[in-house]
Write a protein that binds this ligand. Structure first.
Ligand SMILES: Cc1cc2nc3c(=O)[nH]c(=O)nc-3n(C[C@H](O)[C@H](O)[C@H](O)COP(=O)(O)OP(=O)(O)OC[C@H]3O[C@@H](n4cnc5c(N)ncnc54)[C@H](O)[C@@H]3O)c2cc1C
Length: 541
């Protein structure tokens, strides 16, 4: 039995996308971190695929080399559409664009949304630059107030870590959360699905209609195909009751039959790689923090995947938290300010959860437009009749078009804004948007993400922001204020045209931007030091 205790700033339980991102961010801000992951290596089966603009921006700031990350993503040409089909390879009844992936997005983000499968992403995130301990299962922690003793078991026996903070990034079933007796609020299992992961080249089957999601409407084989590379890997998901029908009771041939029945004949070849069950939940943790323990990612919230927000929200959670921990450790932020992590991030999770749930329920409009019932034979007849009739078909197409917001959530990618002690409002109200989940209007209003604009050197305005301490951002060429030495702050200059035209600011303005690229203060530059003092003495809620 090992009795060695390792000292470390942050122990992160869980080497999924949230935990791995947390480790990269710790490295960026100078905190030591160890990731404990119970699996033998990165995840091998697909789950998330929509990686949104903000997530890429965060990885970019965390110093990840973006070349390999983006190279692992599908091109917008291949993964830019969602289709409703009778069967895979059959008639396409209606289609919608899958999020905004085009070059026009480069005006508002350096890194537009892409489809990048989680099982290809995790090995890229698990670089040697961070300390990931596979086959280490977290077993418990004792919070001593000023430190936490963290215990894990590995093939070599029990291990102990002496940490300042513990992050529960251990997913939906979070043992860390349960050990804190923190409840999840909301329905735990709305519906269960079986996910059949296959190796297949379906290019000829689906062309010319490339797409990332194909909803099969045929009542005898209804389900959802997700492409993780149309020439390589797919998953097919169908509603399933694992308690009534444990998946282990079924043979590979059974799952193959389900896939075959969901595509037109003759069936294209494929190989079943894995079969798993997942539960659709809509829950947010009652609390995100207990002392020095923080919940992040799916440990803190579980959304229906209809919106592609789970992974993305987890990455933004740790982006919000890690710089604050570093600031507390560096002594320029009071530990009470760590409570702003929950105050800022929980409302985002609640909003994302509600939107994902709405998206899931709204999909029912399509079977309703077809007139489907529980009776498969009658429903098949209804499908054929509706598709043969112009009015009936128009009703289904309208129901499909009505799903547009589900696949167009730019507002949720970039638009969230924080309030509380680490943001100083300037009295100007936020723009009222018709569809806040969908619409994004760049703004320098305090609380929001600094707008992106391209710099003359090819970088982004986001690159002007220091990842460790606040950045005092000024129009280029203006006189720098005094009192700089008093504060942990870096000064950066923004090209005058961007300052004026994109940000709508005058030369007398300054911005104080937090390390997470959210604006803390907008106002006259003569008042910047008062604003800094106010931020640094951020009171507890
Ligand atoms: C079908 C499907 C499609 C999805 N699509 C999207 C999408 O397009 N976009 C999106 O943003 N999200 C999507 N999601 C959600 C996304 O997969 C999750 O939100 C994401 O995996 C959460 O990441 P995480 O790191 O917080 O948790 P997880 O990925 O669950 O990682 C937690 C890790 O903790 C480890 N662990 C657990 N307990 C312990 C322990 N005691 N000790 C050590 N390690 C432990 C686990 O082994 C696991 O590796 C989808 C989900 C599903 C099911």
């Amino acid at each position: 039995m090992s009795s060695l205790t390792t000292d470390v700033d942050v122990v992160i339980v869980g080497g999924g996308p949230t935990g791995l991102t947390a480790a990269h961010l710790c490295r960026t801000v100078g905190l030591s971190a160890i990731v404990l992951e119970q699996r033998v290596g990165p995840q091998r089966s697909p789950a998330a695929h929509a990686i949104n603009a903000r997530t890429f921006e965060i990885w970019r700031q965390a110093g990840l080399e973006m070349g390999p990350v983006l190279a692992a993503a599908l091109s917008p040409d291949e993964a830019g559409q969602v289709h409703w089909v009778t069967k895979l390879g059959g008639e396409v009844i209606g289609s919608l664009p899958y999020e905004r992936q085009g070059d026009e997005m480069l005006a508002i983000t350096p890194t537009p949304l892409r489809n990048l499968s989680q099982h290809r992403l995790e090995p890229i995130l698990a670089t040697t630059e961070i300390d990931v301990r596979y086959q280490h299962r977290w077993t418990g922690a004792i919070d001593h107030g000023s430190e936490i003793i963290v215990e894990a078991v590995s093939p070599d026996g029990p291990t102990r870590f002496n940490a300042k903070y513990l992050l529960g990034a251990d997913g939906a079933g979070s043992a860390v959360r349960r050990s804190c007796d923190i409840e999840m609020i909301g329905p735990r299992s709305i519906q269960s699905f079986v996910m059949i992961h296959i190796a297949a080249d379906f290019r000829r089957l689906v062309h010319p209609e490339s797409g990332v999601i194909f909803f099969v409407v045929d009542p005898s084989s209804a389900g959802t195909f997700v492409s993780h590379g149309e020439d390589r890997e797919w998953v097919f998901m169908v509603a399933w009751d694992p308690e009534a029908q444990p998946i282990d009771a079924f043979s590979t041939e059974h799952w193959s039959g389900i896939i075959r029945s969901a595509m037109v004949e003759p069936a294209a070849p494929f190989e079943v790689l894995n079969v798993s069950v997942w539960h659709m939940s809509a829950q947010v943790a009652q609390a995100y923090q207990q002392g020095r323990i923080f919940l992040v990612g799916d440990a803190a919230h579980r959304f229906p995947p209809t919106g592609g927000l789970g992974l993305n929200t987890g990455v933004a959670d740790v982006h919000n938290l890690i710089w604050k921990i570093a600031a507390v450790e560096a002594g320029w932020l009071d530990a009470a300010a760590l409570a702003t992590y929950e105050d800022e991030r929980k409302p985002v999770a609640v909003f994302n959860c509600e939107q994902s749930l709405q998206n899931a329920f709204k999909l029912i409009e399509i079977p309703i437009a077809f007139g489907f019932t529980q009776d498969i034979e009658a429903s098949t007849h209804a499908m054929n009749s509706v598709l043969a009739d112009d009015v009936g078909r128009a009703g289904v197409v309208a129901a499909i078009k009505n799903q547009a917001i589900h696949f167009d959530l730019l507002g949720l990618q970039l638009g969230h804004s924080y309030e509380g002690p680490l943001v100083i409002p300037d009295g100007i109200d936020a723009l009222i948007l018709d569809e806040p989940a969908r619409d994004y209007v760049p703004s320098t209003r305090p609380g929001g993400r600094l707008p992106h604009a391209w710099l003359p050197d090819g970088g982004s305005t986001l690159d002007l922001i220091d990842p460790v301490v606040p950045t005092l951002l000024l129009a280029s060429g203006v006189e720098r204020p005094s009192e700089l030495v008093e504060f942990k702050v870096v000064v950066a200059e923004c090209p005058a045209e961007i300052w004026r035209d994109a940000f709508g600011l005058s030369q007398s303005h300054c911005l104080i931007v937090r390390p997470d690229q959210h604006i803390a203060y907008r106002g006259d530059k003569s008042s910047w030091s008062d604003a800094m003092r106010r931020l640094m003495s951020a009171p507890a809620r």
